[in-house]
Design a protein around this ligand. Sequence first.
Ligand SMILES: [Zn+2]
Length: 410
Amino acid sequence: MSPENLKYLLVGVVSFGFLVEKLLSYLNVKRPVPAIPDTLSQYLSQEKLQESKNYQLENYRFGLLSGIFSFVLTILFIWNGWFGLIDGWVGNYVENPLLHSVAFFALIFIGSDIISLPFDYYSTFVIEEKYGFNKTSIQTFFSDKLKGYLLSILIGGGLLLVFLWLIHQMGPHFWWIFWAIAAIFMVLVNLFYTAWILPLFNKLTPLEDGELKQKIINYAKSVSFPLDNILVMDGSKRSDKANAFFSGFGKRKKVVLYDTLLDQHPPDELVAVLAHEVGHYKKKHIIWGMLTSVIQVGLLLFLLSQFIFSETMSLALGGTEWSAQLNIIGFTMLFSPISMVIGMGMNWLSRKNEFEADAFAKETFAGKPLAEALKTLSVKTLSNINPDPWYVFVNYSHPPLLERLQKLES
Ligand SMILES: [Zn+2]
């Protein structure tokens, strides 16, 4: 294929992805405000439902605006060969090919982050604020950004350096070597996330002795779950939205509960939420999830290895010679439809797993308190109780609320 045709293909692929995404959002937001189902009559009012629709509409319009903005920018970059232009410009200052690649990505990363900053700010301090979710102070917002940058530079930059070094030094073998490194890294992050990364952003304190702690311990014993510690995280520092999860492998499992969850649910509901999480562990979803991610990364790296040494992509993006960094950018765009299909498969699997974890909680603890907890959580977060089925199929990692309630309450 000639560089010229590849350029048109890229424009086509990026446009197609954009249209599909926006069409699905449109179908979803066009769904009517439903009548309140019986099971939710205690939790919802027609006003609350309308408020939820307004929240969706506002997010839709905002997503459309920011989406069009970044779409137009991307097309302009491809059409005018600006990626190649920037790459050539960086090359004037940095002689070493490896440092050249790193400098190029640093520039693209900083540039795109500066562009997205006002959008992030608006989403947090205008939309989330308006519906009462935002608890972030401007100071926390910017200190999060700063810590995020430092982490990206240290971890992302480190990985990127290794990745680019392998490409420049190992040639076609780079993909499986980096695959092994990435797999080890993913396992390490999973092992140490709660101990190392989370404390950078949040405070974790052990759960106080009392009824809740005793109930959790009793439940964990009843299903022989190796519980090591129960921690409370100050999620309320940023948002009213609540969550629970646990981390760690083997015999040392830590459960993390958001403080927002503790404030909003009686002990039985909290134990039911944990029973759901334990279900994920007992049904081996976590190990399988890890394994599928590793396979996915391997597949993408292999595909990349088939591409990265061709000159055509570099020329199509406006470069004057072969460039690893231009090929990587081109690859991520060209393969975005494949990534989308993979994402759909992963979401389908994840929804199936959610049902299994719900069933586990129902079996080993009780369905009713979990149903109650889900209702409170969904109403609080103004989640959509009438989503478009296509939108759900592509984007939802969890089944829609009413489908889960139906199974829990049957
Ligand atoms: Zn789950």
